[in-house]
Design a protein around this ligand. Structure first.
Ligand SMILES: [Mn+2]
Length: 328
C-alpha cells in the first residue's frame, strides 16, 4: 500500500512526542544518512530531542554533511535509549531487520517512513510511498506539511538524498517531483555544486586504485547484457581503500553500452558475500534480491549470501540473464 500524503497520525506522533530516536538501514547510503539527519534537524526545530543511531559508520562520501559526526554508530544504544524516548523513527528501511538493530528497537512505538517496494509495514504508523524518488523527498514534504522551516543544512542533506537515490538525476525515479523538490531545496539554500563536489569529485586516490582492481575482474555475460565484477578484501587492502569506499563503484560497469543488469560481489570479513545489483528500465532486480533475503528497488537492490563463491556467482548471473530476457 502506498500513500503519497503525509498521514495525520504521523504528524500527531511527531508533535506529541518529546524525544525521538531516528534510524535507518545498516551500511547506510546517502538517502539513509541525509533523510535521518534532516528529519532530526526538523524535530529539533520543534523543540524535540532527536538522536540518529545507525548500526554502521557513515561512509566517507557523506561525512561532509553537517551533523554526520554526531550520528551514533555501533551495536550499543546511545545514552538514555530506550528510556526517555517516545518513539523510534525508522527511515528508508523495508523491514526492521535491515536496521541491524532489530531487537533493540521494539520496546518503543515505531514510525516507519519509507519508499521501498515490499515494505513490511512494521510500524505503529506506516508512511510508505513507493513513488517517492527518495525518502529525503518525503521528509521535504513532511516539512512543508508541518510548516517547518528548511534551513541550509537541512536543504543540503535532503538535496543529497535526491542526488544519490536518482544517481545524479539519471535513474527512472527521476520524476518531476524529484526536480520540484530539488528546485525548492536550492531556493532554501542547497548548493548543487557543493553536493556534486562531495559526491563525485572528492575521491581519495585509493578509491580510484580500487576501481582499477575491480575492473580487472569485469566479466560480460548474456551477449553483452549482464556485467559482473568483484570487490575482495585483498583488493580493498591493496588499494588502501576502506570497506565503505565501495559505495557507488557499481556505476562503472553499469555505464557499458548494452549492459542491462550488473552485479558486484563484495567479500565480507566473515567470508560471506554482499551482492549489489543494478539494472535499467523494466529489468527487475528487486525480485532477485528479495528471493535471496534482500531487497531494494526495481533498478537497485542487494542481498547477502552465505553460499560458496562459485555458487553465488553462477546463481546471480543466471538470475540476471533471466530477468533481462523476461523484460523483453
Ligand atoms: Mn532511498
Amino acid at each position: 500500500m502506498s500513500t503519497p500524503k503525509v498521514p495525520e497520525r504521523l504528524v500527531e506522533n511527531l508533535r506529541g512526542g518529546q524525544r525521538f530516536l531516528l534510524t535507518s538501514h545498516a551500511n547506510p547510503d546517502g538517502d539513509a544518512v541525509g533523510s535521518t539527519l534532516a528529519a532530526a534537524r526538523l524535530l529539533r526545530q520543534l523543540g524535540k530531542g532527536a538522536t540518529v543511531w545507525l548500526r554502521d559508520p557513515v561512509p566517507r562520501l557523506y561525512r561532509a554533511l553537517p551533523g554526520s559526526d554526531r550520528i551514533h554508530s555501533g551495536d550499543q544504544p546511545p545514552a538514555n535509549f530506550p528510556d526517555l524516548h517516545d518513539a523510534v523513527i525508522v527511515m528508508e528501511c523495508p523491514n526492521l531487520g535491515r536496521t541491524g538493530l532489530e531487537d533493540q528497537l521494539t520496546d518503543l512505538p515505531l514510525l516507519n517512513i519509507d519508499h521501498h517496494l515490499g515494505n513490511e509495514q512494521y510500524g505503529q504508523v506506516n508512511w510508505v510511498d513507493t513513488a517517492a524518488p527518495a525518502v529525503g523527498e518525503m521528509v521535504y514534504r513532511l516539512a512543508r506539511t508541518m510548516n517547518l522551516a528548511i534551513d541550509r543544512d537541512t536543504a543540503n542533506a535532503l538535496y543529497l538524498t535526491l542526488v544519490t537515490d536518482t544517481g545524479g538525476f539519471r535513474f527512472s525515479n527521476t520524476t518531476a517531483n524529484a526536480f520540484e523538490a530539488a528546485a525548492d531545496l536550492v531556493r532554501e539554500g542547497a548548493s548543487p555544486e557543493t553536493i556534486s563536489k562531495w559526491l563525485y569529485e572528492s575521491q581519495p586516490e585509493s578509491v580510484m586504485r580500487l576501481v582499477g582492481e575491480m575492473l580487472q575482474t569485469l566479466e560480460i555475460h548474456a551477449d553483452g547484457q549482464v556485467a559482473t565484477a568483484w570487490l575482495t578484501s585483498a583488493m580493498i587492502e591493496r588499494s588502501g581503500a576502506q570497506p565503505g569506499d565501495s559505495e557507488g563503484l557499481i556505476d562503472y560497469p553499469r555505464s557499458i553500452a548494452g549492459v542491462e543488469a550488473v552485479a558486484i560481489f563484495r567479500q565480507l570479513e566473515d567470508g560471506n558475500f554482499k551482492v549489489s545489483l543494478r539494472s535499467r528500465g523494466s529489468v527487475n532486480v528487486e525480485k532477485i534480491a528479495r528471493g535471496s533475503g534482500g531487497g531494494g528497488h526495481q533498478n537497485a537492490a542487494g542481498f547477502a549470501s552465505q553460499k560458496a563463491r562459485a555458487e553465488v556467482f553462477d546463481d546471480t548471473v543466471r538470475a540476471l540473464t533471466q530477468a533481462v530476457e523476461a523484460s523483453r
